[in-house]
Write a protein that binds this ligand. Structure first.
Ligand SMILES: C[S@@+](CC[C@H](N)C(=O)[O-])C[C@H]1O[C@@H](n2cnc3c(N)ncnc32)[C@H](O)[C@@H]1O
Length: 239
């Protein structure tokens, strides 16, 4: 019999990862859609040295688009892939072992202390109607607490800063924010200033406020968006 959890994962994979099994391998999410094509195109053409992907999963979705793109890019950018789940990270690492353009990190993008409180998430849930409202609030808060517990054990707790320090640059050239449903805002804070910022799940907690923040900033222009592709995506370029 198919469990409710498995069914939800099939129907809405990107809004169910917090339910359980952060240690389970999930199907690729950004795959065979307009966002995948846009990532591939950008990764193959932008003049970039350092690209950051937050939320690589096991490397079959957005990572695949990035890896195919950077292989064609004359600037030979370095792709930094960040994934917190140990199981997904192991698959990611094995898949890209030997590719000198790809570096993988089993890290939390930001410390657990920067997750929102349950009250803050509940307030968002009441104030904004997004795809998150397809799920009962108790379930959403359960995902939040599961993320808090897992992130608290991360070996590298502040992954974005860790990578920036390791590579010795102040900012990345291109960033995809597609990690936890609840860490989008502190992640954007750390990568603000990147030439390109790509957001998945703009119609959910992950990147809803990030989308509006970038829309209001004259330093960024919205290049592309589609709210009908899964939970919506958007691409911003610094002007
Ligand atoms: C929506 S999935 C990513 C999907 C992937 N981009 C694709 O196209 O298939 C989000 C991923 O972020 C990871 N994640 C969750 N919290 C994280 C954190 N604090 N730091 C880094 N990765 C995190 C999850 O384990 C999950 O694999």
């Amino acid at each position: 019999m198919v469990s409710l959890r498995s069914l939800l994962r099939i129907l809405r994979p990107d809004l169910t990862k917090g339910i359980s099994g952060i240690e389970s391998i999930i199907p690729p999410e950004i795959k065979g859609d307009e966002f995948y094509a846009a990532i591939l195109e950008l990764a193959s053409t932008v003049e970039a040295r350092h690209i950051l992907e937050i939320g690589s999963s096991s490397g079959q979705g957005s990572t695949d688009a990035f890896v195919r793109g950077i292989a064609r890019n004359p600037a030979r950018p370095q792709l930094h892939c960040m994934e917190i789940s140990k199981t997904r990270f192991a698959a990611l690492r094995d898949h890209h072992a030997g590719n000198p353009q790809v570096k993988v990190y089993n890290a939390s993008s930001v410390p657990a202390a920067e997750l929102p409180s349950a009250d803050q998430v509940a307030q968002f849930y009441r104030d904004q109607t997004t795809k998150l409202n397809d799920y009962p609030l108790e379930q959403v808060l359960g995902w939040l607490e599961a993320d808090r517990a897992y992130m608290s054990d991360a070996v590298i707790p502040d992954g974005i800063r860790h990578i920036l320090t390791q590579i010795g640059v102040a900012s990345f050239d291109l960033v995809l924010i597609d990690g936890s449903e609840f860490t989008g805002e502190p992640e954007l804070e750390r990568v603000y200033g990147a030439a390109w910022i790509l957001l998945d799940d703009v119609n959910a907690h992950k990147n809803f406020r990030n989308y509006h923040r970038l829309r209001q900033d004259p330093a960024y222009r919205l290049v592309r968006e589609d709210w009908q592709v899964r939970n919506g995506f958007a691409i911003f370029q610094r002007v």
